[in-house]
Design a binder for this molecule. Sequence first.
Ligand SMILES: *Cc1c(COP(=O)(O)O)cnc(C)c1O
Length: 415
Amino acid sequence: MSRDDDLLDGFRAQFALPRNAAGEPLVYLCGHSLGLMPLAARTILNEELDSWATLGIDGQFTGRRPWVGYAERMTAGLAALAGAQPGEVVAMNALTVNLHLLLASFYRPQGARRRVLIEAGAFPSDRHVVTGQIAWHGLDPESCLIELEPRDGEALLRADDIEAAIERAGDELALVLWPGVQYLTGQAFDPARIARAAHRVGAVAGFDLAHAIGNLPLALHDSDADFAAWCSYKYLNAGPGAIGGAFVHERHARRAGLPRLGGWWGHDAATRFLMAPHLDIAAGAAGWQVSNPPIFSAAPLLASLELFAGAGIDRLRAKSIALTQALEREIDALPRGEVRIVSPRDPDARGAQLSLRLRGGAERGRQVFDALTARGIIGDWREPDVLRLAPAPLYNSFADVHAAGAALHAALGAH
Ligand SMILES: *Cc1c(COP(=O)(O)O)cnc(C)c1O
């Protein structure tokens, strides 16, 4: 992609860009942590406040966007990003809550089949979900949890090793919970391959797409994954604490007998307000809802999904690959041995993010990170020793990436 005819340039103007004390825009490479605010988020949020102010409870069923059908407004946009059928996705709750709700249904230990495979170094919340669920069943997390580590001296996991670990666990394996993109290293995994391996031994395959959705195209339906969950405040730009999302494969859509932690919003929408005591579960992912949706943390997602629909995830991915490769070139041009890229070198094996380790380890890494921040480059520092930078194709430019390279060069020279 050439810099001049980048068709996505116009989207940058649709976002609020954070500024320094002097009012100059910062170079924001932190969309993997909190995506920037679409300007339209404020408009939609204000419209919902107006509905509340002027309609009160009537806003539930009248007004511009009746709140009762709010989750459904996000279905098409989320399905496009997840590579799912509309009935397979739902916007609800927050990520960790959704993982718990889904594991309540899909982690059903029986006899010797009670173990769960995750990656060593998983995001702590995911590990807490799994160990918590194991203990909830009265089982021992120590013996039921399998944590796969990279090979000695390696930072990334090999697909073959994941498959081998699944094979090894065999008929003791109840469930695999795996990231779409690893939060610390930026490594992307192929859900289809992992789901196939899990299903081969009779286990369930679930995915945490916190760093994957809105970052790279997904094909969840075809991947045959059983379930997935994500948050919407990273690449989806829906704002701090925004409503999360979930995917449940169509083949589970009508399994009314599947145990679940139910609530009234999972009731078939057509009869929900008849207030009958019986829970008549809605088909599909919608049947995992428990509460009515938080309108003010969902409204910004509507704004963001509209931008994604306009840009198209495939076009965004093409630009993302080019942006990240440009950042990679900047880093490779730094003085030899100063910075090591932990993320995969193969663009297909990573998302937007590059994770860096610096010569001199955590202490110097932290100093360089602080110096970068002082120069207006916003990335983040993840313990123990990783500096993460992610250009987001909706609002970052090649000039941002170049500025980050120059600032990194200067920061390394000064420390
Ligand atoms: C961001 C992130 C979370 C955060 O969980 P919340 O429930 O949204 O607070 C959990 N897991 C992973 C893998 C993440 O990247």
